[in-house]
Design a binder for this molecule. Sequence first.
Ligand code: RP5
Length: 165
Amino acid sequence: MTETTPLVGIIMGSQSDWTTMRRAGETLDRLDIPWEARVTSAHRTPERLHRYATEARDRGLKVIIAGAGMAAALPGSAAAVTPLPVLGVPMEGSLMGGLDALLAMAQMPPGIPVGTLGIGRAGATNAALLAAAILALGDSAIADRLDAFRAAQTAAVPEIPGEEA
Ligand code: RP5
């Protein structure tokens, strides 16, 4: 396995999800964690999704981050066929503002969990940080980088509020 073998697979139900899901990739980049991204819809490209999820572990992936909106079956469908941890990110672009996708992801039947994050960009960022925390359990270099990320984040918070930029 080379250093650049992806450890995290970022999948999404549509190209339209990428504007949000790219936050996950950007966050993983800050932690120097290799990742890949694919559009794999549970409804529109079910065979592509099934192939991706069933092959994921053997390809060296450790965590899957799945972003989807509306019916949002993607993370649950992936979780059904891979033993890897699947983190779901609900997309905000629906009549219900993403609440529909949030509930669809969170309300998995017992036996097939999806670790569901918040709606939209915050959820995509936090999915990447949670993936990093999972990877850090078995990789001290990632653990060190995650510690440094959090320390820098803490240092960047002013104690006394200033004027808005
Ligand atoms: C879901 O339907 C996708 O994840 C996306 O959030 C939503 C709308 O898809 P598009 O019509 O924009 O392709 O499957």
